[in-house]
Design a protein around this ligand. Structure first.
Ligand code: SF4
Length: 583
């Protein structure tokens, strides 16, 4: 059924919905498109991948699916990170009218398999596919789906199920990560210890030619706000603070600071209400520079993911910016920077690649992401390569490998024979060799923040800085002690750790001196153990989540009542043994 060109499900909010991510395990090479070098861990995948036991290991939920579920009144179950068997079990044991799958293009083999299983076990269900994979031009010929949703999915699903698509957006109350681990130590899930996930907008109007996130939500000039104003954002953040007992927010918005009116109104409200919050944001360099440092500090900007791309890369967002000076200014204020550089821009050649890497490494950001310049379907860069016929056919280069951490999916004008794989690794290794573990850098920047702002006139800033730097007296001091020992045969990094430890002792007195001895020995032991595990091939996988909204829970609790509510009988389907899901 179509209404104003939008498909509408005949059952409306009586339809039973399953939303699912693609199946794992992820950190392995398999026929469905899992790849060892493309694990489901953001940092290990593309930021700290060569840092061994120092790598930050952490998983992030499928937040798009969570956002959709939070805004549906229809009974909706969310299955996140299932195995293939868990997915098969779910669709063989329960009846669904609508099954939505979200994926990226490298997951196309998994999405295809899941569609096949749905047709087999739930032949009457409508299949909806969304996420980055939706930008693939011939997707409908490749997988057996009923609808493909390009771009923002919350409002689409509301319209599809006959709900009001202008209603205020409900935000899921969730933390930003789980399964955190570094130096072989589990980071735990202490209440309030992990930032909440906050999604103010999707898309970015800057429209950089390679940016698939921008392209997915309309490209240049386009974005979609879930929360238009600082007031609306403040309200949802207050709710998160109360529900999750958090004061830090991982702000999943492609370019949060670009929405300046909203950000400055949020700052006003934070100040009026004495909110000592920390914000971890994505921001382009130019957007960052449109604020004074004082505004950034008072707004609680503690961590920034920023595109550095490459020297002379000519992106609008970098025009007139000395990114090295900017990073230095931010990090001297305690703001941790995750810089992102591209390997394989049009002007990169085997002759200049070392200079490209040296330039990136010279930023000395706390974290550094390196990605291959990869044309992803839907982006202007993809269209350009399509026009000039330089894209590699799928038979030559499978979609599963086009994730930016392996090889080019096109013929580069200067870099040939798969050498980019080596250049990419070289960039990660050089950054690690020169600047040391990201943890060491992060602790230095935190100490900078404490030195700079511990007597800040604004109590909200003072409190935030106190909170963020409190572990310098204990576990961070111990971690630096362990790193100093770890690098006992590397004079440069040993000295870097030594100096940092001395500065911590100078700042915090005798407590860290004693604690560092105990914690440091333990951290050194766990680090050694972790290195041994990794050398033996240890990988990590996210646990599986099965979550139901109120309407789905009501159906489970009272199937008879559920039948009445739905106005029809629940069907039974072929039953397979139940798989235990951890939730
Ligand atoms: S500024 Fe960043 S988020 Fe925006 S389009 Fe460019 S790469 Fe994408």
């Amino acid at each position: 059924m179509l209404k104003n060109n939008q498909p509408v499900h005949p059952l409306g909010t009586r339809a039973r919905v399953l939303l699912t991510s693609v199946f794992g395990p992820y950190a392995q090479d398999d026929d469905y498109g899992s790849r060892k070098n493309n694990p489901m861990e953001l940092y290990q995948n593309q930021v700290t991948r060569v840092q061994g036991g120092f790598s930050l290991r952490m998983f992030h939920r499928s937040f798009g699916l969570m956002m959709i579920q939070a805004n549906l009144t229809a009974p909706c179950t969310l299955l996140d990170f299932p195995t293939l068997e868990q997915f098969r079990s779910e669709i063989s044991r329960n009846v669904y009218d609508v099954i939505g799958i979200s994926g990226i293009l490298p997951n196309i083999g998994k999405v295809r398999k899941m569609c096949e299983l749905i047709r087999q076990y739930q032949p009457t269900a409508t299949i909806i596919v969304g996420g980055h994979i939706a930008n693939k031009e011939d997707l409908r010929q490749t997988i057996d789906t009923d609808h493909i949703v390009r771009g923002e999915g919350v409002r689409w699903f509301q319209r599809y199920l006959g709900q009001d698509d202008q209603a205020p957006v409900h935000h899921p109350m969730a933390t930003s990560g789980f399964g955190g681990r570094i130096m072989g130590i589990n980071l735990g899930n202490r209440t309030g210890g992990t930032a909440a996930i906050l999604i103010p907008s999707v898309g970015c109007p800057m429209g950089c030619n390679f940016c698939s996130t921008s392209a997915l939500f309309g490209g240049k000039g386009n974005f979609f706000n879930f929360y238009e104003t600082g007031d609306a954002l403040f309200e949802v953040m207050c709710k998160m603070e109360k529900t999750l007992h958090v004061r830090s927010f991982f702000t999943l918005d492609e370019n949060f600071l670009l929405h300046k009116t909203r950000a400055l109104r949020l700052l006003e409200l934070m100040q009026e209400n004495g909110k000592s919050w920390a914000l971890y944001v994505f921001s382009s360099a130019r957007a960052l520079q449109s604020y004074t440092m004082d505004q950034l500090v008072r707004l609680g900007i503690s961590w920034v993911w920023m595109g550095l791309e490459g020297e002379e890369s000519a992106y609008d967002k970098l025009l007139g910016t000395d990114t090295r000076a900017l990073v230095d200014r931010l990090q001297s204020q305690g703001i941790r920077v995750l810089g992102s550089s591209i390997i394989g821009l049009e002007n990169h050649t085997p002759e200049n690649i070392q200079a490209v890497i040296d330039y990136a490494v010279s930023h000395d950001t706390v974290f550094h992401q390196f990605m291959l310049y990869t044309p992803v379907a839907g982006t202007p860069l993809y269209e350009k390569h399509k026009r000039d016929g330089s894209l590699l056919p799928e038979a030559e280069f499978p979609n599963a490998d086009a994730h930016g951490q392996y090889r080019f999916n096109y013929r580069h004008p200067h870099i040939r024979d798969g050498r980019e794989e080596q250049y990419l690794l070289q960039a990660f290794m050089e950054d690690f060799r020169v600047n040391g573990p990201s943890l060491l850098r992060m602790i230095r920047v935190l100490l900078n923040g404490w030195q700079r702002h511990r007597n800040h006139p604004d109590p909200c800033v003072r409190n935030r800085v106190f909170r963020e730097t409190f572990p310098l007296r204990s576990i961070y001091a111990g971690a630096v002690w362990a790193m100093r020992k770890w690098y006992r045969n590397d004079p440069r990094l040993h000295q870097k750790a030594e100096r940092l430890l001395e500065d911590i002792y100078a700042g915090f007195g005798w407590v860290p001196r004693i604690v560092a001895l105990v914690v440091g020995r333990y951290a050194f032991f766990t680090l050694k153990r972790e290195e041994a595990r990794l050398a033996a091939g240890q990988t990590y996988e996210p646990r599986t989540f099965l979550e139901k909204n109120e309407a789905a829970l009501a159906l489970d609790k009272a199937p008879a009542l559920g039948s009445k509510v739905l106005g029809r009988d629940r069907q039974t389907v072929a039953h397979e043994p139940s798989t235990v899901l951890t939730a």
